[in-house]
Design a protein around this ligand. Structure first.
Ligand code: AMP
Ligand code: ZN
Length: 116
């Protein structure tokens, strides 16, 4: 057991609005949505960020992106979406468990190099 926030969400110890779970990844609504659709897709096994991935992690990284497309279609962003992964201090990562922000909605998301 560990104290990681997103590990606790994956284990169901902290509630989330889950939208997807399979053998590799877990996805849920961001608690502070920056756009009409704002989901987070995380590996079920703890990975801190893209700075710590190994070759063994490639299947889960692929699954995160494949699931992003499926979820965008299902959750109100069928005409495209944006995926953002913040890494480490320079990337502005706040939760140290790898997560892909999947953002979209009915309108283009616009410029988004700022903090999401
Ligand atoms: P980042 O800055 O890339 O680490 O993003 C962390 C994201 O996690 C932010 O968009 C937060 O709104 C989101 N977040 C933090 N706590 C929770 C939570 N308990 N449930 C869902 N999303 C969360
Ligand atoms: Zn974790």
């Amino acid at each position: 057991m560990n104290d990681c926030l997103f590990c606790k969400i994956v284990r169901g110890e902290i509630p989330s609005r889950k939208v997807h779970e399979d053998d590799l990844v877990f996805a849920f609504h961001d608690i502070r949505p920056a756009r009409p659709m704002h989901l987070l897709v995380v590996p079920k096994r703890h990975i801190t960020s893209l700075m710590t991935v190994s070759g063994d992690d490639e299947p889960v990284l692929g699954r995160m992106l494949a699931v992003a497309n499926q979820l965008a279609e299902e959750h109100g962003s069928p005409d495209g979406f944006r995926v953002i992964i913040n890494n480490g201090r320079i990337g502005g990562q706040e939760v140290p468990h790898l997560h892909a922000h999947v953002v979209g909605g009915p309108e283009p998301v616009g410029p988004m190099l700022g903090k999401i």
